[in-house]
Design a protein around this ligand. Sequence first.
Ligand code: HEM
Length: 349
Amino acid sequence: MPPELHKEYPRDDEGRETARLLDVTLRTLEARYLCGPQLRDTHAKGLAVVSAELIVPANLPEHLRVGLFAQPATYAGVIRFSNTDPTPHHDRVADMRAMSIKLTGVPGPRVWGDDGQGTLDLLLMSAKSFMTPTLAEFIDLQDCLRRTTTEPVLGAVRLVAFFLRHPSTARRVMRSQIPCANLLELPYFSETPYRFGDRTVQFRAIPRKAPTSRVPGPDAPPNYLNGRLRDDLATQDAWFDLQVHFQTDPVRMPIEDSSVEWSDALSFPQTVATLRIPAQPVARPGPHTIGEDLSFNPWRTLPDHRPLGWVNRVRQSIYADIARFRASRRGTDSAAQAMGGHGRPGTER
Ligand code: HEM
C-alpha cells in the first residue's frame, strides 16, 4: 500500500531499537570523555550563543496562521550555533553546522518538556536531509563510529565496510560535510517533518545576508566562525526568513524516510516569520559562553507542530536522556538542564 499524506508508519520494533541506540550512544559518550568536560554526543563544539527574536508578521495569509504563527507576535529567544562533529576541531574542517533556536513566552501547551515559561525549541542543520533511511542502518553507523574510539584501526575498517555496504548513505554524508565561511550566510533545515495543524511541513531558515565571505586559509584562527559572528554583529542586525515547506506528495516527500530530500519543485517553501539576531557583543568560545548549560529537544513544541517520522520519535527520549547524562557528568542540576535551561548569551569578550 502506498503511504498517505500526513501519516506516520512506526515499526513494531522501534521501542526496542531506540533502547539499543541509547545504549550505543551512552557507551560512546563514556568511551570518548574519560576525563575532562562532558560535551554533547554530537554538536560538541558550540560556536556561539546569541540572543534573537522571532517576529510573526501581522499580514500572514490565513492558511499559514497555525500554532506558533497563529498570532502576530515577537518572541524573545537565544540561538546556539554549533559544528556537528563529536570532536571539537578547527572551524576550517568540513562539517555540518547547526542553528538551535530556543524561544520563550510562546503561549499554549507543549507536546513534551513544558517548563511553564512558554519555551519552544527548533533545531536546524546545514544539510537538507538526514543521513540514513532507517533506524537499523543509523544504529549500525553509530556502532561503527563508537568502535573507532575503542579500536581505531579495526573501527576504521568497519566504517569503510559500512559505507561500501551503504553507498547512498556514504554519498549523503560526504555531501553534508561542507566548509563554512560565515554562519550568517548559511541556510539551515529541519531535515525532518513536523505537523502544521492538520498538514505536514519541514522548516528552514534562509539567510538574508548575501554569501560574500570566503573560507580563510589554514593559518586562520581555529575559532574564526565565532570571530566573524562577533565582527558582523558588532555593528548590524542579521536576518533569516523562517519558512515552511509543505508535504504535497507522500512518496517523494516521505515522513518515514528523512534521507529523501524534499524538492522545492514539488511545493515552494513559504515564509512564516522572520528571525532577527540583533547587533550585540558576542562572547568568545569558553566553558560558560557556548551553551553547555542549554539543552534542546524538537519535542519541546506546540501540538500543532508535533514532530513526525522515526527520526523524530527516536529523538524524543534520546535527547532528554543524553542531556541528563551530560548534566550529571558535569555535576550540574540535571533536572533543570533536561528541561532546557534558560541560559542567556554571555557578553564577556
Ligand atoms: C535519530 C536521529 C538523531 C539522534 C539520535 C540525535 C541525537 C542527538 C543528541 C544525543 C544530541 C545532543 C543532545 C544534548 O546533549 O543536549 C543532539 C543534538 C542536536 N541535534 Fe540531533 N540527533 C538526531 C537527528 C537530528 C536531526 C535530523 C537534526 C536536524 C535538525 C538534529 C539536530 C541537532 C542539533 C541542532 C543539535 C544540537 C542542539 C544544541 O545546540 O544543543 N539531530 N542530537
